[in-house]
Design a binder for this molecule. Structure first.
Ligand SMILES: Nc1ncnc2c1ncn2[C@@H]1O[C@H](COP(=O)(O)OP(=O)(O)OP(=O)(O)O)[C@@H](O)[C@H]1O
Ligand SMILES: [Mg+2]
Length: 489
Protein backbone atom coordinates (compact mmCIF):
# COMPACT_ATOMS: atom_id res chain seq x y z
CA UNK A 1 0.00 0.00 0.00
CA UNK A 2 2.70 2.50 1.03
CA UNK A 3 4.82 1.16 -1.86
CA UNK A 4 1.94 2.00 -4.13
CA UNK A 5 1.73 5.52 -2.73
CA UNK A 6 5.44 5.92 -3.38
CA UNK A 7 5.08 4.65 -6.95
CA UNK A 8 2.04 6.85 -7.57
CA UNK A 9 3.86 9.95 -6.37
CA UNK A 10 6.89 9.15 -8.52
CA UNK A 11 4.65 8.32 -11.50
CA UNK A 12 2.88 11.66 -10.99
CA UNK A 13 6.15 13.58 -11.06
CA UNK A 14 7.35 11.65 -14.12
CA UNK A 15 4.01 12.30 -15.84
CA UNK A 16 4.44 15.99 -15.11
CA UNK A 17 7.94 15.86 -16.52
CA UNK A 18 6.72 14.18 -19.71
CA UNK A 19 3.96 16.78 -20.12
CA UNK A 20 6.48 19.57 -19.62
CA UNK A 21 8.86 17.95 -22.12
CA UNK A 22 6.07 17.55 -24.68
CA UNK A 23 5.05 21.21 -24.28
CA UNK A 24 8.62 22.47 -24.47
CA UNK A 25 9.27 20.24 -27.48
CA UNK A 26 6.18 21.42 -29.29
CA UNK A 27 6.99 25.10 -28.90
CA UNK A 28 10.77 24.84 -29.45
CA UNK A 29 10.21 22.80 -32.59
CA UNK A 30 7.84 25.41 -33.97
CA UNK A 31 9.99 28.40 -33.02
CA UNK A 32 13.26 26.78 -34.14
CA UNK A 33 11.73 25.68 -37.42
CA UNK A 34 10.44 29.17 -38.05
CA UNK A 35 13.80 30.77 -37.20
CA UNK A 36 15.79 28.34 -39.33
CA UNK A 37 13.44 28.58 -42.28
CA UNK A 38 13.53 32.39 -42.10
CA UNK A 39 17.30 32.40 -41.94
CA UNK A 40 17.69 29.79 -44.72
CA UNK A 41 15.22 31.68 -46.92
CA UNK A 42 17.10 34.93 -46.28
CA UNK A 43 20.55 33.45 -46.99
CA UNK A 44 19.37 31.57 -50.05
CA UNK A 45 17.52 34.68 -51.33
CA UNK A 46 20.69 36.73 -50.94
CA UNK A 47 22.71 34.11 -52.80
CA UNK A 48 20.05 33.84 -55.51
CA UNK A 49 20.15 37.64 -55.98
CA UNK A 50 23.92 37.53 -56.33
CA UNK A 51 23.66 34.67 -58.83
CA UNK A 52 20.96 36.63 -60.70
CA UNK A 53 23.26 39.67 -60.86
CA UNK A 54 26.14 37.54 -62.15
CA UNK A 55 24.04 36.08 -64.97
CA UNK A 56 24.28 38.32 -67.98
CA UNK A 57 22.00 36.44 -70.27
CA UNK A 58 20.17 33.22 -69.49
CA UNK A 59 21.03 31.43 -72.72
CA UNK A 60 24.70 32.45 -72.52
CA UNK A 61 25.42 30.41 -69.35
CA UNK A 62 26.69 26.96 -70.02
CA UNK A 63 26.37 23.95 -67.72
CA UNK A 64 30.00 24.08 -66.49
CA UNK A 65 29.64 27.74 -65.48
CA UNK A 66 26.33 26.96 -63.85
CA UNK A 67 27.93 24.08 -61.90
CA UNK A 68 30.72 26.31 -60.71
CA UNK A 69 28.24 28.95 -59.51
CA UNK A 70 26.03 26.27 -57.87
CA UNK A 71 29.01 24.81 -56.04
CA UNK A 72 30.01 28.25 -54.85
CA UNK A 73 26.43 28.98 -53.68
CA UNK A 74 26.11 25.56 -52.07
CA UNK A 75 22.97 24.46 -53.86
CA UNK A 76 21.42 23.30 -57.10
CA UNK A 77 21.11 25.99 -59.74
CA UNK A 78 18.38 26.17 -62.36
CA UNK A 79 18.19 28.80 -65.08
CA UNK A 80 14.74 29.37 -66.55
CA UNK A 81 13.82 31.36 -69.57
CA UNK A 82 11.05 33.99 -69.49
CA UNK A 83 8.60 31.46 -70.97
CA UNK A 84 9.29 28.96 -68.23
CA UNK A 85 11.58 26.64 -70.18
CA UNK A 86 14.46 25.24 -68.14
CA UNK A 87 17.70 26.18 -69.82
CA UNK A 88 20.23 24.77 -67.41
CA UNK A 89 19.89 22.64 -64.27
CA UNK A 90 22.87 21.48 -62.24
CA UNK A 91 20.94 18.58 -60.72
CA UNK A 92 19.15 17.13 -63.77
CA UNK A 93 19.03 17.09 -67.52
CA UNK A 94 17.39 20.40 -68.50
CA UNK A 95 16.31 19.04 -71.86
CA UNK A 96 13.97 16.51 -70.26
CA UNK A 97 12.51 18.85 -67.59
CA UNK A 98 9.00 20.18 -67.92
CA UNK A 99 8.12 23.82 -68.20
CA UNK A 100 8.62 25.56 -64.86
CA UNK A 101 6.46 28.64 -65.47
CA UNK A 102 3.77 27.34 -63.11
CA UNK A 103 6.11 26.77 -60.13
CA UNK A 104 5.05 29.33 -57.53
CA UNK A 105 8.58 30.69 -56.89
CA UNK A 106 9.29 30.87 -60.64
CA UNK A 107 6.01 32.57 -61.34
CA UNK A 108 6.86 35.31 -58.87
CA UNK A 109 10.38 35.68 -60.16
CA UNK A 110 9.12 35.99 -63.73
CA UNK A 111 6.80 38.68 -62.45
CA UNK A 112 9.90 40.50 -61.24
CA UNK A 113 9.89 39.68 -57.50
CA UNK A 114 11.82 37.07 -55.56
CA UNK A 115 9.80 34.01 -54.55
CA UNK A 116 10.35 30.88 -52.55
CA UNK A 117 8.68 27.55 -51.80
CA UNK A 118 9.38 24.36 -49.90
CA UNK A 119 8.38 21.11 -51.50
CA UNK A 120 9.54 17.69 -52.39
CA UNK A 121 11.64 17.56 -55.51
CA UNK A 122 9.98 15.60 -58.25
CA UNK A 123 13.42 14.67 -59.56
CA UNK A 124 15.23 13.75 -56.30
CA UNK A 125 12.29 12.87 -54.01
CA UNK A 126 13.52 14.88 -50.95
CA UNK A 127 12.19 18.25 -49.70
CA UNK A 128 13.98 21.36 -50.98
CA UNK A 129 13.82 25.07 -50.39
CA UNK A 130 13.50 26.71 -53.76
CA UNK A 131 14.31 30.41 -54.04
CA UNK A 132 13.94 32.17 -57.40
CA UNK A 133 14.95 35.69 -58.43
CA UNK A 134 14.39 37.58 -61.67
CA UNK A 135 17.32 38.11 -64.04
CA UNK A 136 17.82 39.34 -67.48
CA UNK A 137 15.88 37.06 -69.87
CA UNK A 138 14.22 34.92 -67.20
CA UNK A 139 14.80 33.73 -63.65
CA UNK A 140 17.48 31.94 -61.64
CA UNK A 141 16.58 29.47 -58.97
CA UNK A 142 18.70 28.10 -56.21
CA UNK A 143 17.54 24.94 -54.39
CA UNK A 144 18.99 23.83 -51.06
CA UNK A 145 17.99 20.65 -49.27
CA UNK A 146 15.38 21.39 -46.65
CA UNK A 147 16.78 18.57 -44.52
CA UNK A 148 19.37 21.10 -43.27
CA UNK A 149 16.60 22.81 -41.34
CA UNK A 150 15.29 19.52 -40.03
CA UNK A 151 18.74 18.45 -38.88
CA UNK A 152 19.35 21.72 -37.10
CA UNK A 153 15.89 21.74 -35.55
CA UNK A 154 16.43 18.16 -34.40
CA UNK A 155 19.74 19.17 -32.81
CA UNK A 156 18.24 22.11 -30.96
CA UNK A 157 15.26 20.00 -29.88
CA UNK A 158 17.57 17.38 -28.45
CA UNK A 159 19.59 19.99 -26.57
CA UNK A 160 16.53 21.71 -25.15
CA UNK A 161 14.90 18.42 -24.17
CA UNK A 162 18.03 17.19 -22.43
CA UNK A 163 18.50 20.45 -20.53
CA UNK A 164 14.81 20.49 -19.53
CA UNK A 165 15.06 16.90 -18.31
CA UNK A 166 18.26 17.80 -16.41
CA UNK A 167 16.49 20.80 -14.88
CA UNK A 168 13.82 18.37 -13.70
CA UNK A 169 16.33 15.99 -12.15
CA UNK A 170 16.56 17.78 -8.77
CA UNK A 171 12.74 17.99 -8.75
CA UNK A 172 12.52 14.22 -9.36
CA UNK A 173 15.06 13.51 -6.64
CA UNK A 174 13.20 15.83 -4.26
CA UNK A 175 9.90 14.18 -5.17
CA UNK A 176 11.44 10.76 -4.52
CA UNK A 177 12.70 11.88 -1.10
CA UNK A 178 9.33 13.44 -0.22
CA UNK A 179 7.46 10.38 -1.51
CA UNK A 180 9.72 8.13 0.58
CA UNK A 181 9.10 10.33 3.65
CA UNK A 182 5.34 10.37 3.12
CA UNK A 183 5.08 6.65 2.46
CA UNK A 184 7.23 5.87 5.50
CA UNK A 185 4.92 7.95 7.71
CA UNK A 186 1.94 6.24 6.15
CA UNK A 187 3.53 2.86 6.87
CA UNK A 188 4.00 3.85 10.56
CA UNK A 189 0.42 5.12 10.79
CA UNK A 190 -0.97 2.00 9.14
CA UNK A 191 1.01 -0.26 11.47
CA UNK A 192 -0.36 1.79 14.38
CA UNK A 193 -3.94 1.50 13.06
CA UNK A 194 -3.37 -2.25 12.86
CA UNK A 195 -2.29 -2.29 16.52
CA UNK A 196 -5.44 -0.36 17.49
CA UNK A 197 -7.61 -2.68 15.41
CA UNK A 198 -6.03 -5.63 17.23
CA UNK A 199 -7.02 -4.02 20.55
CA UNK A 200 -3.62 -2.72 21.65
CA UNK A 201 -4.69 0.74 22.83
CA UNK A 202 -1.41 1.27 24.67
CA UNK A 203 0.39 1.73 21.33
CA UNK A 204 1.43 5.33 20.62
CA UNK A 205 2.66 6.94 17.40
CA UNK A 206 6.16 8.41 17.74
CA UNK A 207 5.49 11.06 15.04
CA UNK A 208 5.62 14.66 16.26
CA UNK A 209 5.77 18.11 14.71
CA UNK A 210 3.23 20.61 13.44
CA UNK A 211 2.63 19.08 10.00
CA UNK A 212 -0.44 17.07 9.03
CA UNK A 213 1.24 13.82 10.09
CA UNK A 214 2.02 15.28 13.51
CA UNK A 215 -1.58 16.42 13.90
CA UNK A 216 -2.92 13.06 12.73
CA UNK A 217 -0.56 11.27 15.12
CA UNK A 218 -1.73 13.43 18.03
CA UNK A 219 -5.38 12.79 17.16
CA UNK A 220 -4.76 9.04 16.87
CA UNK A 221 -2.81 9.02 20.13
CA UNK A 222 -5.63 10.90 21.88
CA UNK A 223 -8.14 8.44 20.44
CA UNK A 224 -6.03 5.51 21.63
CA UNK A 225 -5.75 7.07 25.10
CA UNK A 226 -9.53 7.55 25.23
CA UNK A 227 -10.11 3.99 24.11
CA UNK A 228 -7.61 2.74 26.67
CA UNK A 229 -9.39 4.68 29.43
CA UNK A 230 -12.79 3.39 28.30
CA UNK A 231 -11.55 -0.19 28.15
CA UNK A 232 -9.94 0.09 31.59
CA UNK A 233 -13.16 1.57 32.96
CA UNK A 234 -15.18 -1.25 31.41
CA UNK A 235 -12.75 -3.81 32.80
CA UNK A 236 -13.09 -2.26 36.23
CA UNK A 237 -16.88 -2.31 35.98
CA UNK A 238 -16.75 -5.85 34.70
CA UNK A 239 -14.61 -7.06 37.59
CA UNK A 240 -16.85 -5.15 40.03
CA UNK A 241 -19.85 -6.95 38.56
CA UNK A 242 -18.02 -10.25 38.79
CA UNK A 243 -17.15 -9.56 42.41
CA UNK A 244 -20.78 -8.66 43.13
CA UNK A 245 -21.93 -11.85 41.45
CA UNK A 246 -19.46 -13.86 43.54
CA UNK A 247 -20.70 -12.14 46.71
CA UNK A 248 -24.30 -12.87 45.73
CA UNK A 249 -23.52 -16.56 45.12
CA UNK A 250 -21.56 -16.79 48.38
CA UNK A 251 -24.47 -15.18 50.18
CA UNK A 252 -26.99 -17.67 48.79
CA UNK A 253 -24.67 -20.57 49.65
CA UNK A 254 -24.08 -19.19 53.16
CA UNK A 255 -27.76 -18.60 53.87
CA UNK A 256 -28.69 -22.10 52.66
CA UNK A 257 -25.91 -23.59 54.71
CA UNK A 258 -26.80 -21.61 57.84
CA UNK A 259 -30.45 -22.62 57.52
CA UNK A 260 -29.73 -26.23 56.69
CA UNK A 261 -27.74 -27.00 59.81
CA UNK A 262 -30.43 -26.13 62.44
CA UNK A 263 -33.21 -27.44 60.21
CA UNK A 264 -31.46 -30.80 59.82
CA UNK A 265 -30.95 -30.94 63.56
CA UNK A 266 -34.61 -30.15 64.26
CA UNK A 267 -35.71 -32.75 61.70
CA UNK A 268 -33.37 -35.41 63.08
CA UNK A 269 -34.36 -34.99 66.72
CA UNK A 270 -38.07 -34.72 65.89
CA UNK A 271 -37.88 -38.04 64.02
CA UNK A 272 -35.97 -39.66 66.88
CA UNK A 273 -38.65 -38.44 69.32
CA UNK A 274 -41.46 -39.70 67.05
CA UNK A 275 -39.68 -43.03 66.65
CA UNK A 276 -40.06 -43.68 70.37
CA UNK A 277 -37.69 -41.43 72.28
CA UNK A 278 -40.70 -39.26 73.22
CA UNK A 279 -41.53 -41.80 75.93
CA UNK A 280 -37.95 -42.05 77.15
CA UNK A 281 -37.57 -39.64 80.07
CA UNK A 282 -33.80 -39.89 79.79
CA UNK A 283 -33.72 -38.27 76.35
CA UNK A 284 -37.00 -36.56 75.56
CA UNK A 285 -36.34 -33.34 77.50
CA UNK A 286 -32.78 -33.10 76.25
CA UNK A 287 -33.87 -33.62 72.65
CA UNK A 288 -36.64 -31.07 72.99
CA UNK A 289 -34.07 -28.66 74.43
CA UNK A 290 -31.87 -29.15 71.36
CA UNK A 291 -34.87 -28.66 69.07
CA UNK A 292 -35.75 -25.41 70.87
CA UNK A 293 -32.11 -24.21 70.68
CA UNK A 294 -32.06 -24.75 66.92
CA UNK A 295 -35.46 -23.17 66.45
CA UNK A 296 -34.21 -20.11 68.34
CA UNK A 297 -31.12 -20.07 66.14
CA UNK A 298 -33.30 -20.18 63.03
CA UNK A 299 -35.43 -17.38 64.40
CA UNK A 300 -32.34 -15.25 65.15
CA UNK A 301 -30.90 -15.95 61.73
CA UNK A 302 -34.05 -15.02 59.86
CA UNK A 303 -34.53 -12.00 62.09
CA UNK A 304 -30.97 -10.79 61.35
CA UNK A 305 -31.39 -11.40 57.62
CA UNK A 306 -34.64 -9.45 57.62
CA UNK A 307 -33.02 -6.62 59.58
CA UNK A 308 -30.16 -6.43 57.05
CA UNK A 309 -32.47 -6.45 54.08
CA UNK A 310 -34.71 -3.80 55.71
CA UNK A 311 -31.75 -1.47 56.25
CA UNK A 312 -30.43 -2.01 52.77
CA UNK A 313 -33.74 -1.43 51.09
CA UNK A 314 -34.30 1.56 53.36
CA UNK A 315 -37.51 0.07 54.61
CA UNK A 316 -36.24 0.59 58.14
CA UNK A 317 -37.30 4.17 58.72
CA UNK A 318 -34.70 6.00 60.74
CA UNK A 319 -35.75 8.95 62.89
CA UNK A 320 -32.77 11.24 63.27
CA UNK A 321 -32.95 13.26 66.46
CA UNK A 322 -30.44 14.74 68.89
CA UNK A 323 -29.61 12.33 71.73
CA UNK A 324 -27.27 12.46 74.72
CA UNK A 325 -24.33 10.15 74.06
CA UNK A 326 -24.01 9.40 77.78
CA UNK A 327 -27.64 8.32 77.89
CA UNK A 328 -27.29 6.03 74.87
CA UNK A 329 -24.17 4.37 76.30
CA UNK A 330 -25.72 3.87 79.73
CA UNK A 331 -28.87 2.40 78.25
CA UNK A 332 -26.87 -0.10 76.19
CA UNK A 333 -24.67 -1.01 79.19
CA UNK A 334 -27.74 -1.58 81.39
CA UNK A 335 -29.10 -4.06 78.85
CA UNK A 336 -25.96 -6.24 78.87
CA UNK A 337 -24.98 -5.79 82.52
CA UNK A 338 -26.74 -8.99 83.75
CA UNK A 339 -24.94 -11.16 81.15
CA UNK A 340 -21.61 -9.43 81.78
CA UNK A 341 -21.93 -9.97 85.51
CA UNK A 342 -22.75 -13.61 84.88
CA UNK A 343 -19.57 -13.93 82.82
CA UNK A 344 -17.54 -12.12 85.50
CA UNK A 345 -16.74 -9.16 83.25
CA UNK A 346 -16.49 -5.60 84.44
CA UNK A 347 -18.20 -2.85 82.45
CA UNK A 348 -17.18 0.82 82.27
CA UNK A 349 -18.05 3.91 80.27
CA UNK A 350 -15.70 6.71 79.29
CA UNK A 351 -17.03 9.96 77.98
CA UNK A 352 -14.65 12.62 76.74
CA UNK A 353 -15.67 16.20 77.22
CA UNK A 354 -17.27 17.71 74.14
CA UNK A 355 -19.16 14.63 73.02
CA UNK A 356 -22.47 15.29 74.65
CA UNK A 357 -24.90 14.97 71.77
CA UNK A 358 -25.30 12.98 68.61
CA UNK A 359 -27.85 13.09 65.81
CA UNK A 360 -29.12 9.57 65.36
CA UNK A 361 -31.92 7.07 65.45
CA UNK A 362 -31.80 5.81 69.06
CA UNK A 363 -33.22 2.38 68.15
CA UNK A 364 -30.50 1.89 65.55
CA UNK A 365 -27.68 3.07 67.86
CA UNK A 366 -29.01 0.75 70.56
CA UNK A 367 -28.84 -2.12 68.04
CA UNK A 368 -25.27 -1.16 67.04
CA UNK A 369 -24.07 -0.93 70.64
CA UNK A 370 -25.82 -4.12 71.72
CA UNK A 371 -24.18 -6.03 68.81
CA UNK A 372 -20.71 -4.69 69.70
CA UNK A 373 -21.18 -5.28 73.44
CA UNK A 374 -22.61 -8.72 72.76
CA UNK A 375 -19.46 -9.60 70.78
CA UNK A 376 -17.19 -8.11 73.44
CA UNK A 377 -18.88 -10.23 76.09
CA UNK A 378 -18.92 -13.37 73.94
CA UNK A 379 -15.26 -13.14 72.94
CA UNK A 380 -13.78 -11.98 76.27
CA UNK A 381 -12.87 -14.60 78.87
CA UNK A 382 -14.05 -14.24 82.46
CA UNK A 383 -12.31 -11.54 84.48
CA UNK A 384 -11.90 -9.21 81.51
CA UNK A 385 -13.02 -5.62 81.11
CA UNK A 386 -15.27 -4.00 78.56
CA UNK A 387 -15.21 -0.25 78.09
CA UNK A 388 -17.65 1.74 75.97
CA UNK A 389 -16.89 5.39 75.29
CA UNK A 390 -17.22 8.36 72.97
CA UNK A 391 -15.07 11.31 71.93
CA UNK A 392 -15.48 14.20 69.46
CA UNK A 393 -14.13 13.77 65.93
CA UNK A 394 -14.81 16.94 63.93
CA UNK A 395 -18.40 17.04 62.79
CA UNK A 396 -18.80 13.54 64.16
CA UNK A 397 -18.55 11.74 67.47
CA UNK A 398 -16.45 8.59 67.56
CA UNK A 399 -17.96 5.85 69.69
CA UNK A 400 -15.92 2.79 70.69
CA UNK A 401 -16.29 -0.52 72.47
CA UNK A 402 -13.05 -1.94 73.82
CA UNK A 403 -12.52 -5.35 75.35
CA UNK A 404 -9.61 -7.24 76.82
CA UNK A 405 -10.61 -10.44 75.01
CA UNK A 406 -9.13 -12.87 72.55
CA UNK A 407 -8.46 -10.29 69.85
CA UNK A 408 -8.64 -10.91 66.12
CA UNK A 409 -5.76 -12.06 63.87
CA UNK A 410 -4.65 -9.39 61.38
CA UNK A 411 -5.56 -11.52 58.35
CA UNK A 412 -9.21 -11.67 59.44
CA UNK A 413 -9.62 -7.92 59.99
CA UNK A 414 -10.32 -6.87 56.37
CA UNK A 415 -13.26 -9.28 56.01
CA UNK A 416 -14.68 -8.94 59.52
CA UNK A 417 -17.67 -6.82 58.51
CA UNK A 418 -18.73 -9.23 55.72
CA UNK A 419 -21.89 -11.21 56.17
CA UNK A 420 -21.40 -14.60 57.81
CA UNK A 421 -17.68 -13.93 58.26
CA UNK A 422 -16.49 -15.48 61.48
CA UNK A 423 -12.97 -15.91 62.72
CA UNK A 424 -13.73 -19.19 64.40
CA UNK A 425 -16.88 -20.58 62.85
CA UNK A 426 -17.35 -23.44 65.28
CA UNK A 427 -16.83 -21.26 68.36
CA UNK A 428 -19.15 -18.54 67.07
CA UNK A 429 -21.87 -21.07 66.29
CA UNK A 430 -21.39 -22.64 69.68
CA UNK A 431 -21.97 -19.19 71.15
CA UNK A 432 -25.16 -18.86 69.10
CA UNK A 433 -23.65 -16.42 66.58
CA UNK A 434 -24.84 -16.14 63.01
CA UNK A 435 -22.00 -13.97 61.73
CA UNK A 436 -24.39 -11.20 60.73
CA UNK A 437 -23.96 -8.89 63.73
CA UNK A 438 -21.08 -6.78 62.43
CA UNK A 439 -22.65 -6.59 58.97
CA UNK A 440 -25.77 -5.13 60.56
CA UNK A 441 -23.58 -2.69 62.54
CA UNK A 442 -21.83 -1.58 59.37
CA UNK A 443 -25.07 -0.92 57.51
CA UNK A 444 -26.72 0.91 60.39
CA UNK A 445 -23.66 3.16 60.82
CA UNK A 446 -23.57 3.83 57.08
CA UNK A 447 -27.23 4.86 57.26
CA UNK A 448 -26.04 7.58 59.67
CA UNK A 449 -23.33 8.74 57.24
CA UNK A 450 -20.77 7.23 59.61
CA UNK A 451 -17.93 4.73 59.24
CA UNK A 452 -16.80 1.65 61.16
CA UNK A 453 -13.35 0.29 61.84
CA UNK A 454 -11.63 -2.12 64.15
CA UNK A 455 -8.28 -2.22 65.89
CA UNK A 456 -7.28 -5.56 67.26
CA UNK A 457 -4.39 -7.88 67.80
CA UNK A 458 -4.71 -11.56 68.61
CA UNK A 459 -4.47 -12.00 72.36
CA UNK A 460 -4.56 -8.29 73.11
CA UNK A 461 -8.25 -7.48 72.91
CA UNK A 462 -10.17 -5.51 70.30
CA UNK A 463 -11.60 -2.02 69.90
CA UNK A 464 -14.48 -1.38 67.51
CA UNK A 465 -15.04 2.24 66.45
CA UNK A 466 -17.97 3.89 64.67
CA UNK A 467 -18.90 7.49 64.03
CA UNK A 468 -22.21 9.31 64.43
CA UNK A 469 -23.04 12.84 63.28
CA UNK A 470 -22.45 15.50 65.95
CA UNK A 471 -24.57 17.99 64.05
CA UNK A 472 -27.64 17.78 61.89
CA UNK A 473 -25.73 18.95 58.81
CA UNK A 474 -23.52 15.86 58.99
CA UNK A 475 -26.51 13.56 58.59
CA UNK A 476 -26.97 11.87 55.21
CA UNK A 477 -28.57 14.41 52.87
CA UNK A 478 -29.74 12.13 50.15
CA UNK A 479 -29.04 8.51 50.87
CA UNK A 480 -27.96 6.71 47.72
CA UNK A 481 -30.23 3.89 46.65
CA UNK A 482 -28.90 0.65 48.17
CA UNK A 483 -28.22 -2.40 46.08
CA UNK A 484 -30.39 -5.47 46.75
CA UNK A 485 -29.73 -7.19 50.07
CA UNK A 486 -27.90 -10.04 48.43
CA UNK A 487 -25.61 -7.88 46.39
CA UNK A 488 -23.27 -6.71 49.15
CA UNK A 489 -21.07 -8.15 51.82
N1 LIG B 1 -14.89 -8.28 70.32
C1 LIG B 1 -14.48 -9.32 69.59
N2 LIG B 1 -13.38 -10.04 69.93
C2 LIG B 1 -12.95 -11.07 69.18
N3 LIG B 1 -13.55 -11.47 68.03
C3 LIG B 1 -14.64 -10.78 67.63
C4 LIG B 1 -15.15 -9.67 68.38
N4 LIG B 1 -16.23 -9.19 67.71
C5 LIG B 1 -16.38 -9.95 66.62
N5 LIG B 1 -15.44 -10.92 66.56
C6 LIG B 1 -15.24 -11.91 65.47
O1 LIG B 1 -15.97 -11.45 64.36
C7 LIG B 1 -16.89 -12.41 63.94
C8 LIG B 1 -18.11 -11.71 63.35
O2 LIG B 1 -18.82 -11.04 64.34
P1 LIG B 1 -20.38 -10.88 64.20
O3 LIG B 1 -20.88 -10.08 65.31
O4 LIG B 1 -20.64 -10.42 62.84
O5 LIG B 1 -20.85 -12.38 64.23
P2 LIG B 1 -21.16 -13.30 65.52
O6 LIG B 1 -20.92 -12.56 66.75
O7 LIG B 1 -20.37 -14.54 65.29
O8 LIG B 1 -22.66 -13.63 65.31
P3 LIG B 1 -23.94 -12.67 65.59
O9 LIG B 1 -23.39 -11.37 66.06
O10 LIG B 1 -24.60 -12.61 64.32
O11 LIG B 1 -24.69 -13.39 66.64
C9 LIG B 1 -17.17 -13.22 65.12
O12 LIG B 1 -17.59 -14.52 64.76
C10 LIG B 1 -15.83 -13.25 65.84
O13 LIG B 1 -15.03 -14.25 65.27
MG1 LIG C 1 -21.97 -10.67 67.10
Amino acid sequence: MTGRIFLKLIAGVLGLLLLALATVDYFTTRVAQQVYIDSLVRQTTDKTHMVALSVDRIDAVGLPTARAIAAAAGGRLTLIRGDGRVMVDTGANAATMENHASRPEIRRALEGKPGWAIRRSGTLGIPFLYVAAPCRGGAVRLAVPYSQVETQVAQIRAKILISTALAFLPAILLAAVVARWISRHFATIMAHAGELAAGNFRARLPISGGNEFGQLARTLNDTAANLQRTVEQLELEHSALERLERVRKDFVINVSHELRTPLASIQGYTETLLDGALGDPQYNVRFLGIIRHNAERLARLTEDLLTLSRIEQKRQKLEFEPHSMAGLLEEAMDLVRPIATKSSLSLATELAAGAPEVWCDSEAVSQILSNLLDNAIKYTPAGGTIVAGARPAGRFVEVYVRDSGAGIPAEDLPRLFERFYRVDKARSRELGGTGLGLSIVKHLVAAHNGTVRVESRAGEGSTFFFTLPAEEAALPQDMPESEPAMGRP
